[in-house]
Write a protein that binds this ligand. Structure first.
Ligand code: PTT
Length: 615
């Protein structure tokens, strides 16, 4: 089989044993790779209702058939597990040399199970067909931040290895701890770093040797042509100047820049933290392996140290907290990277604490005021290290924190399914609100960035057309980029045509790919992920697919869209269309007929035990 390495590496940390298994070709045909492999494995292998922080949870590292090939931006890896933040399916897509080394070693997926007796890091290397895994003592690394840990591991194993690792937040089971590498690549928003921490696993380091076999040697030429095409796109030069950070100015103009815990869509000091400010202060850029569109813009933070910024980080740690100073925002970003925490969730939880303080739900001495940067920096460290009661509380994320503070707090806890919302205010964007609410991991924008299309096409409409567009986007982002496992930026940011990916897929695997195939595969993946959520929650409710009360009840008070808020009935109408188009019933549970049609008949007995399934 061309395109895939054909091997799965299974590692048991409890017994310190490992085994190499053959990749089942039907897994590749039906699920392609990356997220598809992850959900199939988690569905098949996790005991239903398992505690995500127990040894029974599994950490999945999965590449896809286009990962690490000589094509635009291919150095990506899917990291997945049952999420300790949401209790459902969780994944992230991180740029790392580990992805490249997995491909060189002919490994499509690593499944890590059990729990090491003491802090451990894995060193994996292949010699031809043989794969060797060393279980190394990580006691000396435990407690160190991600930057120091990376430097130390490189000193031991050489700077050309691939790795992912966790910081103190992952070790201390912060529910939104991520895996980090390259001093600014961070992945696995739904607490994949905490899953590593719960397994006493500090890092996975790999060196792979070998060639990646493809069906057609013409792939190299198509790949180079695709790189040239990417670089020739009209907005490529501007992208290289500002990357995602130019979204600050766009979001301000469109009134969607999250401000004061998603209460407003505009921020008075937006220019100070915008793309032009980043451009002016930039000292270098950083990127993932094989990237031609470096998106990590590095500036000096308020302490004079280097910190990498993206739009999400700026908005969530800047305007959403009322902080209008780029160097200060960069410092908060640096803390998150070093501790190994997700910036989006960190910004959300701190904004939640600010609003709770304002409303008197947290007393002012313990709490934090809008824009208080000094306290925000202390609080960020406190969340990572859990030194105070407030730090401990917030380390569980906004859903759990709000439930402790009472009903009023749940109305301004900005999450869907427990995952904190990423950086787009949806008071006047029902389509984007639906995108957040139907994202397979909780409120992340990665599966559908509908907002710019929606702003252009009529943001106050609640139409079926919007839902159809959302599904198309989810099928491309989820079905293609999360399964072939390459970066979506060439397509979404500079407009590299999808056809390039279909041609590359054919050259790598010998198999056809088009929108129709893609849509079936993504429907299969989305439906299996939905079945997983229903199984793990033990029931389902439309409320889980509905955004927070604030956007329905508390209108924008400033700017050109003053007075705007979401309409509940209109939103629910769109949600019903969404379910219908996915083949799920009115409760959001996959229909029996859909499961059978997608080849997921094996799901029916388990789901049927939880609830009566609709035909
Ligand atoms: C992603 C999420 C994002 S999405 C951002 S900024 W973005 C935040 N970045 C963080 C960071 O930095 N430090 C930190 N401590 N936490 C952070 N949390 C946030 O994490 C990222 C790029 C980006 S930058 C995006 S959109 C694209 N995402 C892709 C994706 O999801 N799939 C895909 N096939 N291609 C993608 N390409 C782009 O990659 P998560 P990364 Mg990330 C400092 O992982 O869990 O999905 O969270 O992985 O290597 O940093 O690449 O404006």
């Amino acid at each position: 089989m061309f395109g895939w390495g054909g091997r799965i590496l299974r590692i048991d940390l409890s017994s310190r044993k490992y085994a190499v298994q053959s990749l089942d070709p039907s897994l590749a045909m039906n699920f392609i790779g990356g997220r598809g492999f992850a959900i199939k494995t988690l569905w098949d292998e996790l005991p239903p209702g398992v505690d995500p922080l127990s040894p029974l949870n599994k950490l999945i590292l999965a590449v896809g058939p286009l990962t690490a090939l000589p094509i635009p931006n291919s150095g990506k890896l899917v990291v997945a597990a049952k999420s300790p933040l949401t209790g459902g399916y969780g994944d992230g897509n991180i740029g790392t040399w580990l992805a490249v080394h997995m491909r060189r070693a002919g490994i499509d997926m690593v499944i890590i199970e059990g729990k090491a007796e003491k802090p451990t890091y894995l060193y994996i290397e292949n010699r031809g067909e043989e794969i060797k895994v060393d279980f190394n003592d990580a006691s000396d690394l435990w407690g160190f931040d991600t930057f120091t840990t990376e430097d130390r591991l490189k000193k031991i194993h050489g700077s050309d290895v691939g790795m992912i690792l966790i910081g103190p937040a992952g070790e201390r089971l912060v529910r939104f701890a991520t895996v980090v590498v390259q001093k600014g690549r961070s992945g696995g928003r739904p607490g994949i770093g905490a899953v590593m921490g719960s397994k006493n696993l500090k890092a996975v380091v790999m060196r792979g040797h070998g060639d990646i076999r493809v069906a057609d040697p013409a792939l190299r030429k198509i790949g180079v042509d695709a790189i040239v095409a990417t670089k020739s796109k009209p907005n490529y030069p501007f992208w290289m100047r500002q990357g995602t950070t130019s979204t600050v100015e766009w979001a301000q103009e469109a009134s969607v820049l999250p401000t004061y815990n998603f209460s407003e869509g505009q921020f008075d000091d937006y220019e100070k933290i915008g793309g032009f400010s980043v451009e002016k202060n930039k000292v270098m850029t950083r990127s993932c392996p094989f990237c031609v569109m470096a998106c990590g813009h590095v500036v000096k933070d308020s302490e004079g140290e280097l910190a990498e910024l993206d739009y999400e980080n700026i908005a969530m740690l800047g305007s959403n907290l009322g902080i209008g100073d780029l160097a200060k925002v960069a410092h908060l970003n640096r803390i998150a990277d070093m501790m190994g925490m997700d910036t989006i969730s960190l910004g959300n939880t701190m904004a939640f604490a600010m609003e709770a303080t304002e409303r008197g739900l947290i007393n002012r001495t313990d709490g934090i005021e809008w824009g208080d940067y000094k306290k925000a920096a202390e609080l960020a460290m406190d969340i990572a290290l859990q030194r105070t009661e407030l730090g401990k509380l917030l380390s569980n994320g906004v859903r759990a924190s709000s439930m402790r503070l009472g009903q009023e707090a749940t109305e301004f806890a900005m999450h869907v399914k427990g995952l904190e919302i990423s950086a787009y205010d949806c008071h006047a964007a029902p389509g984007m609100a639906l995108a957040f609410s139907t994202s397979p991991i909780g409120a992340h924008h990665k599966d559908a960035w509908l907002i710019s299309w929606e702003v252009q096409r009529g943001r106050f409409d609640y139409t079926r057309e919007k839902v159809e567009k959302l599904i198309e986007m989810q099928d491309i982002r989820g079905g293609l980029f999360e399964t072939i496992v390459t970066c979506r930026f060439p397509w979404v940011e500079v407009g590299l045509e999808l056809d390039w990916y279909f041609r590359l897929f054919k050259a790598a695997t010998g198999m056809d790919m088009n929108m129709e195939i893609l849509s079936t595969i993504n429907n299969r993946i989305y439906t299996l992920i939905r079945a997983f959520w229903v199984r793990e929650y033990g029931h389902w409710d439309r409320a889980y697919d509905t955004p927070p009360a604030k956007w329905f009840k508390k209108p924008l008070t400033k700017g050109p869209l003053k007075g705007a808020m979401l309409n509940y009935d209109g939103y629910q109408r769109m949600l019903s269309w969404y379910y219908e188009l996915r083949g799920w019933d009115e409760r959001g549970i996959p229909r029996k007929s859909t499961l059978s049609r997608l080849g997921l008949g094996y799901v029916i007995p388990q789901l049927g035990r939880i609830t009566a399934l609709t035909e």
